[in-house]
Every structure is written in C-alpha cells, then in structure tokens.
Design a protein around this ligand. Structure first.
Ligand code: ZN
Length: 111
C-alpha cells in the first residue's frame, strides 16, 4: 500500500462546499470521508496523506484546531473561504481573506 498526497485545492473545496461557516465544527475524519467519495481518490488503495496540508492551513490562519481525540482532530474556521482566481494561470480555488502567503495550488504563483 502506498501513500498519495492530497492536493490542497481538494481540501479547500471540501471545506468550502460543506463547512464554510465559522460556527461549524468539523474533523479530519469527515474530510477523509468526502475525499473517499471523489473519483480521483475513491478507486485507489493508497493511504491518503493530507496531515501536512491541514498543518499548513493552521499556520496560514485558516483552520483553528479546537480538540483532538486519538487520531481525530477537530477544527473550526477563523474566517470563511471565498473563491479566488489565480491571475497567472486562471485556476480558481478558495482562500480566506486573512490567510497569509496564499499560493496558487496549480502554478504556485502568489495570489
Ligand atoms: Zn496559478
């Protein structure tokens, strides 16, 4: 069994579609449940690795960790996500306005 890195855009889209509210509590397990429904991940036997993506989102000021129970981590959003389009490659993803060092998940340009 191998490990597959999950794109930060996919996590941002899941949060935008399902948890985009500063009062909503959600967990890494719930995010994994949504990832497992996506075509790009559901057919694979790989272990989905997105721990690092969540840590980056804590550092950037998007995710507010509120509790941990064994391997389950619970979060709230500091600020809601809004769609943002990269000026360099036209890719649309989601950022909270207050987040630091926003980089396009596709071409890595500053957004
Ligand atoms: Zn871009």
């Amino acid at each position: 069994m191998s490990t597959l890195k999950v794109s930060s855009h996919d996590i941002r889209k899941i949060i935008f579609d399902n948890f985009n509210d500063t009062d909503t509590r959600f967990s890494n397990d719930e995010i994994l449940g949504f990832l497992n429904q996506m075509d790009r991940y559901k057919t694979l036997d790989d272990v989905l690795d997105f721990e690092e993506v969540l840590l980056d989102m804590e550092k950037s000021g998007l995710l507010r960790p509120i509790a941990q129970n064994f391997n389950t981590r619970y979060y709230r959003l500091w600020n809601i996500l809004e769609p943002a389009t990269c000026k360099a490659c036209n890719f649309t993803t989601y950022f909270a306005q207050a987040e630091e060092s926003k980089a396009c998940p596709q071409c890595k340009s500053k957004m």
